[in-house]
Design a protein around this ligand. Structure first.
Ligand code: XMP
Ligand code: MG
Length: 183
């Protein structure tokens, strides 16, 4: 498997959209004195969150959550927490930062848990959205790009832990392994 020769979303488009999202998010939190916590879903969203945070004009705090979903033959996608945020979340404005919403199960499980934490507010930001795959109702207030049902890699997204460090988002294609930057 390998990345498509041409990116689906190139690094310039990512940079421009991240700047727009940062402005959009900044505006929606401007009325609060306390900085929001950007709660990043590891590992995929780490790259996006780092760029997003640096594009924000006002202070933000960073925290992380890590979950794993199991997709067994009999299972319907159970989500387990591997790492919980370290911050005290009670009374805080929390923005979940995701790389991609696919079936929505991962984000749903995180939202469900956060809804028990007595937050001041909860919003969801995702870089990519594949709405055609959604199995659970979920609304993201901030969406970078809506994409078709294709498996994508790069800018944090992996295939078997590879390709996260590609600077652009590519479609995963069949063929011999190679890096999209090879010529
Ligand atoms: P759900 O189905 O829970 O899935 O919304 C979200 C998680 O599934 C992974 N995922 C992908 N990873 N390219 C990837 O590298 C993709 O196209 C893709 N679609 C889903 C991802 O880990 C995400 O957090
Ligand atoms: Mg993954």
């Amino acid at each position: 498997m390998r990345p498509s020769d041409t990116p689906l979303i190139d690094s310039g488009a990512l940079r421009r959209r991240v700047a727009e999202l940062a402005a959009e998010i900044g505006a929606s939190y401007a009325r609060y004195e306390e900085p929001p916590i950007l709660l990043t879903v590891l590992k995929g969203a780490a790259f996006f969150a780092a760029d997003l945070a640096r594009a924000m004009a006002r202070p933000v705090e960073m925290d992380f959550v890590r979950v794993q979903s199991y997709e067994g033959a009999s299972s319907t996608g159970t989500v387990t927490f591997l790492h919980y945020p370290e911050s005290a979340l009670r009374g805080r404005h929390v923005l979940i930062v995701e790389d991609i919403l696919d079936t929505g199960r991962t984000a749903r499980a995180i939202v469900d848990w956060l809804q028990t934490q007595e937050l001041a507010s909860l919003r969801l930001c995702t870089l990519l959205d594949k709405p055609s795959r959604r199995l659970t109702p979920l609304h993201a207030e901030h969406v970078g790009f809506t994409i078709p049902n294709q498996f994508v890699i790069g800018y944090g997204l992996d295939y078997d832990e590879r390709y996260r460090n590609l600077p652009a988002i590519h479609v995963l294609e069949s063929g011999p392994d190679r890096d999209a930057r090879d010529t």
